[in-house]
Structures are given as C-alpha cells and as structure tokens.
Design a protein around this ligand. Structure first.
Ligand code: DC
Length: 227
C-alpha cells in the first residue's frame, strides 16, 4: 500500500503507545518517524545539567538564553543526541519524566522546539507524535490520530517499560507522574494537549497492537481511497 507524501500527527496522553504505533506506521509506509517529546525531554535534561531548574520544577529565566547553545538532533537510528553525546537513555529516566511537563509548559521552550519540528517537517512524508502536533505544530496535517487509554492500562505499560530498562519504580510513583503530566499538559496556556476537531480517536485500552495497526490501516485506506 503506497500512501502520498503527507504528514501524520499522532497525539494523545502519556503512555498510550503513541511512539510504538507511530514507529510502526513509519516502517510500514516508509515514512520518517519523529518523536517531538524527545526534544522536550532533551531540553529538560539540559536544564537539569545546567542547574536551570529547581527540585520543585521551577524553571530559571536564564534557560531562554542558554538554549542558544543547545544542539539537539536525531542520529540515523532515531536516537536523540546532544552535540556528540547520545542522550536517548537518560531522557527516558524518571528524573527527566518528573520535570519535563513544567519545562514543556514554558512558551519560549515550545517556540524553540517548534522551530526544530518545522525544520524536520519540511520534507513531508513524516509521522510525528506528541501532544500538540495536530493542533499547533502541523494543524494542516492530512491525517490526525488522537490516542487515549485507561489510566490503569497506561500506568502498567509505563511501569513495565521502566522495569525492562532496569529501573525500580514504584507503581504509585508512576501513576502519580502520569496524572501530574496529564494535568500540566492539558492545562498549560500554550498549546495544551487537546484533541483536534478533525482527529480520529483511538482508545487502545482493550486492543492488541495488531488490532491498532489494522485500525490505522483501515483509516488510511478509507481516507485516501487506497485498496
Ligand atoms: O511523549 P513524551 O512522554 O515523551 O513527552 C514528554 C513530555 O513532553 C510530555 O509530558 C509533554 C511534553 N510534550 C509536549 O508538551 N508537546 C509535544 N508535542 C510532545 C511532548
């Protein structure tokens, strides 16, 4: 199945499996996959290392100027790098997860990330996942998917992911982090997480990955009249 050079936006709540689905779509249809959350995580790690964020998540105004010397890019395997250093593993830690939402709520951080996303998006034929791709970054994306799932299912997925990476999280901590992130992401002033009016909703609480894929494939076939 060959689809045109479109932009596919996959938005939704934390730990709904956006990146797994977006990566699979990219492989299947030969699209470039871009993880916008990774950039917010990269900025958060940078702020932490530069001591520009307090323990309570208060971001120092000095971050704005400091961003001028931050260089983030994806390598050929899609891993995030800060200059010559691969930071893919570090940006997925609980420490970064705990502070990424307040950082992502800062308007100049969003403007910095958006500029990068638009640069990447210029080539078309991309699938990008995040919170505001279909509403703010690429409001004209030809296909928008909004993902959701029950809190219990999402927390368990996130917990399993962290354990698989060798971390030892408490399930209550994971639930707390999910709730906090959802709240901050949906209530911030700039580009809050919300469903675009023209997005197709995918609630995968009770779906297998194969069922999700079949759903997406059906959607693409229907929307673009491809058999
Ligand atoms: O998708 P993720 O969990 O890696 O995203 C990390 C955080 O980045 C998330 O809590 C909110 C923020 N984010 C955002 O505000 N806008 C995006 N397009 C992507 C992520």
């Amino acid at each position: 199945m060959k689809i045109p050079d479109i932009i596919i936006a996959v938005d939704g709540y934390s730990s709904t499996g956006k990146s797994s689905l977006a990566k699979k779509i990219a492989r299947k249809f030969d699209f470039l996959y871009l993880d916008s959350g990774a950039l917010y995580r990269g900025v958060t790690l940078f702020a932490q290392e530069e001591m520009l964020i307090s323990r309570l998540g208060t971001v120092s105004p000095a971050l704005q100027e400091a961003l001028g010397r931050l260089e983030l890019h994806f390598d050929a395997e899609g891993r995030l790098c800060m200059g010559a250093r691969c930071i893919e593993q570090q940006i997925r830690s609980m420490e970064v997860s705990a502070q990424v939402s307040p950082v992502a709520a800062v308007p100049y951080v969003r403007a910095w990330v958006d500029e990068k996303l638009h640069e990447f998006g210029r080539r078309g034929r991309i699938v990008m996942d995040g919170r505001d791709i279909g509403t703010a970054v690429f409001p004209n994306a030809e296909l928008k998917i909004f993902m959701t799932a029950s809190e219990q299912v999402r927390a368990q997925r996130r917990y399993d992911e962290l354990v698989a990476k060798g971390e030892t999280p408490l399930l209550e901590e994971v639930v707390k982090n999910l709730r906090e992130r959802d709240y901050i992401d949906s209530h911030r002033e700039t580009a809050p997480l919300r469903q675009a009016a023209d997005a197709f909703v995918l609630d995968n609480s009770d779906m297998t990955f194969e069922e999700e894929l079949a759903w997406v494939q059906g959607l693409i076939q229907g929307k673009f009249g491809i058999q």
